[in-house]
Design a protein around this ligand. Structure first.
Ligand code: ZN
Length: 150
């Protein structure tokens, strides 16, 4: 699908396809192929090894729960044979929620919305919301501790 609309968190890359199924908005998305530096030997490569599809939770778009099917590319280094995933602005390693999801949620948490209310609006459990709240609090404490002494 060719679309001129850019969606938050998906400004880079291409939306391949969208679909609404049972009230949920699904988006297939991938990045442009690009040269990457091999994490093992430091040489550049743009040789594609394969693709994996990763399911990523995203904040609601058009009021609907949104899920991204990220077509994640793996490159292969032609010099040393190392295979590695592309860099991506969508989701951090080992996370199931997008960076954008966590940012939007963080903003809401800062405004003091209740965990239960947010869980409903973000289509997730209060436990997930609480965990995110703890992460934010922990990083805020670190910031405070890192301030220089006067
Ligand atoms: Zn290499």
């Amino acid at each position: 699908m060719n679309s001129n609309i850019t969606l938050p968190g998906l400004e880079e890359g291409n939306i391949l396809d969208t679909e609404v199924r049972e009230g949920i908005y699904y988006i297939r998305w991938e990045l442009e192929r690009a040269s990457h530096r091999c994490p093992q030997c430091g040489e550049w490569t743009n040789k594609v090894h394969d693709y994996r599809t990763q399911k990523v939770r995203h904040p609601s778009i058009f009021g609907r729960q949104t899920i991204i099917f990220y077509r994640k590319r793996r490159y292969k280094c032609v010099f040393c044979g190392k295979r590695f995933f592309e860099r991506n602005p969508l989701v951090k390693r080992y996370k199931r929620q997008s960076i954008e999801f966590n940012q939007v949620l963080s903003l809401e948490l800062v405004h003091g919305k209740s965990f239960r209310d947010l869980a409903t609006r973000f289509h997730t459990s209060p436990t997930t919301i609480m965990r995110r709240f703890d992460e934010i609090t922990a990083s805020k404490m670190k910031e405070t501790q890192a301030l220089p002494k006067k």
